[in-house]
Structure formats: structure tokens, C-alpha cells
Design a protein around this ligand. Structure first.
Ligand code: SAH
Length: 350
């Protein structure tokens, strides 16, 4: 390939050592890299222009050499119920992603997307309806947090990778993103305040375990038998629940971090007392926390949530078995419910 037309590097996706190598190869002193890194990841500059302690010549050279990820805000929806904000961002190639900002007592939380679309094809999910478009770069994941920090004027203390996409299907970029987000030279968000949710890609779960990060790994289980899980999640045909539980045990052993099991309650599908009992048996050996998510109805899908009594009965069984569980509090119910719906609706308007 002609080097002249090869893609320019996204400077926001470079770690500090990588950026330092770039600067030295440009004949710059190493401390310039540190200054640039601080502008991007601490001061959250939106372009090279405002980086006033760098010479005009260097800023110009950077503009020639690198691309600078800065997401454009297309829409912001604010919930009148709880102040939750949903952001629709446009990427430099015109693709759209959504992110959510939630205010909790313990701090502000941002839910980010890791891919444009998704190729996992879960039967109840809006994000994968049109398959995977592309992976997000580390810079594009970081900038969801940065753009929201700037828009709200408040510090983000928790980041959950639970928006559109399967984060472990974008493994290398995800790892760089986590390292940079929790880096002391960047926003320095505590690893313990970062959660990655996966549909259960066993090999990547094991790789992640070996990284020995202090993040929380959440597994979208949603069913307690392989047969039922296969009807909801195509990935269940690749990995059995037994293999998943083994991977969870390995993750716990390597990192000392307890796994969260996510369980979306679907009326008449996985909400019986026997399901609850089986779920307890799976959670107990690993002392997992269970997050119950009442199914969010999606226009294109026929699934619905159980009624309040059934949800309560399900929860009672967990309590009786002394399994640590909670119902996910619904945030922003008045602003386009489940993941991926805002983006879909926006696209269909175009
Ligand atoms: N790919 C990751 C992140 C997906 S979104 C994963 O599979 O974990 C985060 C959670 O929301 C997952 O548990 C996902 O299965 C669940 N989810 C997706 N659509 C939903 C819906 N309509 N109602 C309830 N939960 C849903």
C-alpha cells in the first residue's frame, strides 16, 4: 500500500509510552508527549488549537500527522424522572454511537458503547439488529467519557461498558481503553469503578483474567440451561454454561474479583421458580452478585417483562438462598429505553 494514502494515527488512542516514541521520532523532547497527553486526557482539549504551551509549529505538525478524535454531539435527551442523560454522538466517519450518563448517590456513572452495532445477535437486543459495522478505537471509547464530562461539568467516577457492542469482541482496543482511562496520567478512574459486560466469550474472559485488572466482569447469563440460553443468545451454541462457569471461576481465582451475573427477566421464558433455583446453584460456588434486569421491550422484538409479582417471587428465591442480588434500577425510562434504540430511531429518521 502507498504510504502516502495510509491512514493517519489517531493520537487519542496512543498510550503515553507510544506517544513518547512518536514525539522522539519527530525529533521532539519526551516531555512534549507528556504535555500533549495531559491536554488530551486531563484537560480534555477538543483540538490541537487550544494547546497553548505547545509551539504553533508543533501543533501544525501534529495536525498533519495525526487525526484527533472528538465526538460530535448530535442529540442529548434528559430524563425528567431522574436526570439521566442519553447522548447520541457522531464519529468522524459519520457513524453514530450512544452513551448514557446517570447520577447515583455514590457518583456519576457513564455507560459507553464499544462497537458500532454488534455481531452477537441476542434475540432480545436492539443493538445487534443490523449486525456489526465496526469496532470503536480506544480514543472513541475514551471520548464518550470526555465529551460527557465536558457537557455535564461533573466528574465521572464509574464507567460501565454496557452500551452497544460486545466489548470482548474488540479485545485489544478495550484493554488499551481501560488502561488509559484508569491511568494516573489520565482521568485516573479507579479500576474498581469500571465494569465490563460480556455475553460470554470464553477465550477472551480467560485472557482478561490474566491481565489481573481490578475491574468488575459482568456476565450476561440470562438462562440457566444451555437449551434455553441458545434460544436467546446465539453465542450459547459456542460456549456451554459449564465452560462459562469455569471461565468465571478462573477469573475470580486470578483477580480476586467477584463476577456479576446479569439476568434479564423475560416473561414466560426464564422467570420460573425453577429458573431462580438453578440460578442460585450457579451463583453460589463463586459467590456471584446477581443483577436482575426486567426485559426492556424493543419494538422489533416480541419479548416482554414479567409482572411485578413474578419479579418479586423470583427475587424472594434468591434471598431465601442468601444469594446477593438486586433489581437493576431503571434509569431514564422516559428517554428511549433499551440500549441501541436511540441510535436506531435516529437512523430511521434520516
Ligand atoms: N455485549 C455485552 C453488553 C451488552 S448490553 C453483553 O452481552 O453483556 C448490557 C446488558 O443488557 C446485557 O446483559 C444484555 O444482554 C442486556 N440487554 C440487551 N437488551 C436488553 C433488553 N431489551 N432488555 C433487557 N436487557 C437487555
Amino acid at each position: 500500500m502507498d504510504k502516502g494514502i495510509s491512514k493517519r494515527i489517531d493520537i487519542k488512542s496512543l498510550t503515553l509510552p507510544e506517544l513518547t516514541a512518536e514525539m522522539t521520532s519527530m525529533g521532539e523532547k519526551a516531555f512534549r508527549a507528556r504535555q500533549l497527553y495531559e491536554w488530551m486526557h486531563v484537560k480534555l482539549a477538543r483540538d490541537f488549537e487550544g494547546m497553548t504551551n505547545l509551539s504553533k509549529a508543533l501543533r501544525e505538525e501534529c495536525r498533519q500527522r495525526f487525526t484527533y478524535t472528538a465526538l460530535q454531539t448530535v442529540r442529548v435527551l434528559e430524563s425528567k424522572i431522574d436526570g439521566t442523560k442519553k447522548f447520541l454522538f457522531e464519529l468522524s466517519d459519520g457513524n453514530l454511537v450512544e452513551s448514557v450518563w446517570m447520577r447515583y448517590k455514590h457518583g456519576n456513572s457513564v455507560c459507553i458503547s464499544s462497537q458500532v452495532g454488534c455481531r452477537m445477535g441476542c434475540a432480545f437486543c436492539a443493538s445487534g439488529i443490523e449486525g456489526l459495522e465496526r469496532n470503536l478505537t480506544p480514543g472513541e471509547m475514551l471520548d464518550q467519557v470526555y465529551a460527557i464530562t465536558l457537557a455535564t461539568g461533573e466528574r465521572v467516577s464509574n464507567v460501565v461498558v454496557m452500551g452497544t457492542g460486545e466489548p470482548l469482541d474488540n479485545y485489544n482496543n478495550l484493554l488499551t481503553f481501560i488502561r488509559m482511562l484508569t491511568d494516573e496520567d489520565g482521568l485516573h478512574i479507579s479500576q474498581r469503578n469500571v465494569t465490563v459486560s460480556t455475553c460470554g466469550l470464553v477465550p477472551q474472559m480467560k485472557l482478561l483474567a490474566r491481565e489481573k485488572l481490578q475491574i468488575t466482569l459482568a456476565l450476561s447469563l440470562h438462562a440457566t440451561t444451555d437449551e434455553k440460553r441458545q434460544t436467546l443468545m446465539p453465542v450459547a451454541k459456542r460456549y456451554s454454561i459449564e465452560e462459562l462457569m469455569e471461565a468465571c471461576a478462573y477469573y475470580f481465582q486470578e483477580t480476586g474479583r467477584r463476577i456479576t451475573l446479569e439476568y434479564s427477566l423475560v416473561r414466560g421464558v426464564n422467570d420460573s421458580e425453577r429458573d431462580a433455583e438453578r440460578l442460585c446453584r450457579l451463583a453460589r460456588p463463586l459467590r456471584c452478585h446477581i443483577n436482575l434486569i426486567p426485559m426492556n421491550p424493543v419494538k422489533e422484538r416480541e419479548f416482554s417483562r414479567p409482572d411485578a409479582d413474578r419479579i418479586r417471587a423470583f427475587q424472594n428465591i434468591l434471598e431465601k438462598n442468601k444469594i446477593n442480588g438486586s433489581i437493576r434500577r431503571e434509569m431514564g425510562r422516559d428517554i428511549e429505553g433499551a440500549c441501541g434504540q436511540l441510535r436506531r430511531r435516529h437512523m430511521s429518521r434520516l
